[in-house]
Design a protein around this ligand. Structure first.
Ligand code: AMP
Length: 244
């Protein structure tokens, strides 16, 4: 790859003296020089018109990426499950996680964490058997960054971003599975994913109007935590379909 790429990242928050900082929105993109302006405009729009609230802090960081570091990976295959209730949706998610080998304990820990948090702005890393949280990031969590599609797929922005993130996460040998649902009160769809199962979109996983949401990565026994977090946060990854 001879072209220069840039990592373009956004985060928006609402800050108050009483409640501290509330995460509103974030965005992780990679683009060539000519794409910087349109991507910045898109991220600005995303961060300043979010149903979680009005951001009074918005930060955009643009950083050159060293070409040799970019990894190219294929996207996870997408399937979907629609159910008639949150209970059924969550049961479907649990069935898939159980088949992957995630323990009951670890699933309970993940569902509790995602349902109760309304401020996690990254992901929690949870051991896939013990359910113990392995990162020490608290409310901040681990933010997966520096990933994007090499060629824009014909998908809505939300799904496009989620598949890019889930594909990057799944391609680490330390990831056993991921569970996610959005913290956007208007969006009740979530997913379970890993390399073998792909990206399984499940609806509904939460009630409309609810601001809880988050991501849990179930982590393998042999994890090298520093290397794992470094990959998630720092390694630039471009998603490319096999036929492109
Ligand atoms: P979203 O899919 O953007 O609605 O985000 C849902 C939740 O996933 C957020 O509340 C965060 O906890 C988490 N999250 C969002 N973006 C990232 C990211 N880049 N890396 C890790 N976790 C994220």
């Amino acid at each position: 790859m001879s072209e220069t790429f840039y990592s373009i990242r956004m985060r928006a928050a609402e800050r108050s003296i009483e409640r501290g900082e509330k995460h509103i929105s974030g965005g992780e993109r990679i683009g060539r020089q000519a794409q910087i302006e349109p991507i910045v405009t898109e991220l600005l729009r995303k961060g300043s018109s979010h149903s979680r609230g009005d951001a009074d802090f918005l930060q955009i960081v643009i950083e050159k990426i060293i070409d040799e570091e970019i990894q190219i990976i294929p996207p996870l295959a997408v399937t979907g499950i629609e159910t008639s209730s949150i209970l059924k949706g969550r049961q479907e998610a649990r069935n898939i996680l159980e088949a992957i080998g995630i323990s009951e304990q670890a699933m309970d820990a993940a569902f509790d964490l995602i349902s109760s948090s309304n401020n996690l702005r990254g992901a929690a890393l949870i051991h896939y058997r013990s359910g113990i949280r392995l990162d020490d990031r608290g409310e901040r969590g681990v933010r997966v960054s520096r990933m994007d599609w090499q060629k824009e797929p014909e998908l809505g922005a939300r799904v496009r971003e989620a598949i890019a993130l889930a594909s990057k996460v799944a391609h680490s040998p330390y990831t056993v599975a991921e569970l996610c649902w959005s913290d956007d009160p208007e969006y009740v769809i979530g997913y379970v994913s890993n390399l073998a199962t792909g990206y399984v979109r499940i609806t509904p996983l939460k009630e409309e109007g609810c601001e809880s949401g988050g991501r849990v990565f179930f982590v393998a026994d042999e994890v090298d935590l520093d290397a794992y977090i470094h990959y998630l946060e720092k390694t630039p990854v471009l998603i490319r379909r096999k036929d492109e």
